[in-house]
Design a protein around this ligand. Structure first.
Ligand code: ATP
Ligand code: MG
Length: 503
């Protein structure tokens, strides 16, 4: 009897279950793409035929989907020419997984924009009508994250795909959203349709939805035409959109600098008078945005644009002051140029190094003040480091993991001036030597220190064995204190050997 049941089930499966189809290089299945060519607009129904798990929902939504699409411009592959093989395998697999489970899923945001601009996207975001819980159920290796926006991270080896559920209007009463008196949106977890989702995005160029299965781009706000015209335009009323989220002002500057898009005049106009709203943005969010800006490969253009638009005030407290001093400006610009060069040549840039550079001249000023007040050099250095970082933290929450390295880079600087005895050998083996040495070179190039010091360290690091000993300068430092007097000092905070780290 059991045997017979199994036989019947097998036969049933063979007749009714769809045949397993093999993925091609693009990640879409052969039978999918051939059927899609016959009838692109009937995609959701075709998905159902391919054995999706939610047929009722998809049939019911098919007409809704059509009406959504009718409010969008559908740009076919022959026009936009996006090469879908440029999508990462994680992006393909996420879209495929969601669509096979009966959901809508699109590549959205920066990736579509970048592909249309012939740039390689740095990551791929997916938007879907599945709720975070539903996405989580489709992918075994995924987790729900976030509070302000609940998202799902789907993991494929090293790659993480961020999946967001279409968002609805925060003005609707149901759902979970919160708006501050200033109009700033604090929490935002109302789900909606793709049309609602598109209107919530910032710029028209960022509101394009690409379906790699049909190879269509859905364009609800003329983003395609704006990209073609090289324009960055805010969706909706710019004043309202900046009030909802002042970070959009920074995004306008960053994206226009990075992508070479011109900020449309209506989008540009309110920025000058609304810049102060950035003061209300939580420091951690500002930090994330500034990090993106500095590591975009276009930091110089971005900082210049921020200054032109008076957006830099209060972003990096004291940076305005630094930029007004010729030596400080030269140093900061060299550091930014250095970072841009590294990023554009495919190398990584260390955020701690960059922030250490941005704040160095402020650190120097505070260090001098403490010394003028009578503190010894090294305790004064530590006091200055703590003070400068604390002042920044009020506006820009630099993560602790970065501040620790910043302090090491700064703290090692006085040790480059010691070129006698055993000390230079110790410095070479310090784990932060390389970053601190690069920092020293910036100081030399900016004119703060004689070039000769940087050259000496380059030669010393490259020399071998006896050559190094021959390079050492005469030891003119005072003899070490005897043990007894050192002991007396040890309770009093930093000692002269505590700069940077132990070696
Ligand atoms: P990048 O290339 O720097 O990643 P991006 O546009 O992809 O640029 P993300 O921060 O990754 O920036 O955001 C992804 C998408 O989310 C954006 O393209 C945009 O559609 C939307 N978005 C991001 N931030 C905002 C915001 N502050 N307001 C409205 N929409 C936003
Ligand atoms: Mg992005």
């Amino acid at each position: 009897m059991l045997y017979n049941l199994a036989m019947i089930k097998k036969l049933f499966d063979r007749i009714f279950k769809p045949k397993h189809t093999k993925s091609d290089a693009t990640g879409s299945t052969k039978s999918e793409s051939s059927k899609l060519e016959q009838s692109p607009s009937g995609r959701t129904i075709l998905d159902t035929k391919l054995g999706t798990k939610k047929p009722a929902r998809k049939y019911a939504e098919a007409s809704k989907h059509e009406s959504r699409k009718s409010s969008a411009l559908t740009i076919p592959h022959k026009t936009h020419k996006i090469d879908r093989t440029l999508l990462s395998s994680g992006a393909h697999r996420t879209i495929e997984g969601l669509q096979k489970a009966g959901f809508e899923a699109y590549i959205v945001g920066g990736a579509v924009r970048d592909l249309l601009l012939n740039r390689i996207p740095k990551d791929f975001d997916v938007a879907t009508d599945a709720t975070p819980e539903e996405v989580n159920r489709v992918f075994r290796r995924s987790r729900i994250i976030g509070r302000r926006f609940r998202l799902v991270h789907v993991l494929f080896g090293d790659e993480t795909i961020e999946v967001s559920t279409f968002r609805g209007s925060h003005l609707e009463t149901d759902g979970d959203s919160k708006v501050a008196d200033s109009g700033r949106i604090i929490r935002d977890n109302v789900f909606g349709s793709i049309v609602d989702d598109a209107v919530r995005r910032d710029f028209t160029a960022n509101a394009l939805y690409y379906d790699p299965s049909s190879q269509e781009v859905l364009d609800f706000h003329n983003g395609y035409a704006d990209i073609e015209a090289g324009v960055l335009r805010m969706i909706g009323q710019p004043e309202t959109r900046y009030a909802e989220d002042p970070v959009r002002m920074l995004r306008a500057v960053r994206l226009s600098a990075k992508l070479g898009l011109k900020i449309e005049s209506g989008t540009q106009a309110p920025i000058a008078k609304m810049a102060d709203l950035l003061q209300d943005v939580p420091p951690s969010r500002l930090f994330d945005e500034m990090l993106k800006l500095f590591l975009s490969g276009h930091a110089i253009e971005s900082v210049s644009a921020l200054r032109e638009q008076h957006l830099h005030h209060g972003l990096l407290p004291m940076l305005d002051v630094v930029l007004e001093q010729p030596m400080g400006e030269r140093f900061v610009m060299l550091a930014l140029q250095n970072t841009d060069d590294r990023i554009l040549s495919g190398k990584t840039a260390n955020p701690s190094f960059l922030f250490a550079a941005l704040l160095w001249h402020e650190m120097l000023a505070a260090w001098e003040t403490y010394q003028a007040e009578g503190h010894h050099a090294i305790p004064a250095l530590h006091m200055a480091m703590t003070e400068v970082i604390a002042t920044q933290a009020e506006k820009l929450a630099i993560h602790n993991r970065y501040t620790a390295t910043m302090k090491e880079i700064w703290g090692l600087q006085p040790r480059f001036e010691q070129r006698a005895g055993k000390r230079p050998f110790g410095l070479l083996t310090h784990p932060r030597y390389r970053a601190a040495y690069d920092f020293l070179l910036l100081r030399c190039e900016s004119g703060e220190l004689p070039m000769e010091i940087g050259e000496w360290w380059t030669a010393f690091a490259n020399a071998e064995g006896d050559e190094r000993a021959a390079m050492l300068q005469a030891d003119t430092a005072p003899k070490k204190r005897r043990k007894r007097s050192r002991k007396k000092l040890s309770g009093a905070g930093s000692t002269s050997t505590s700069v940077g780290d132990s070696d």
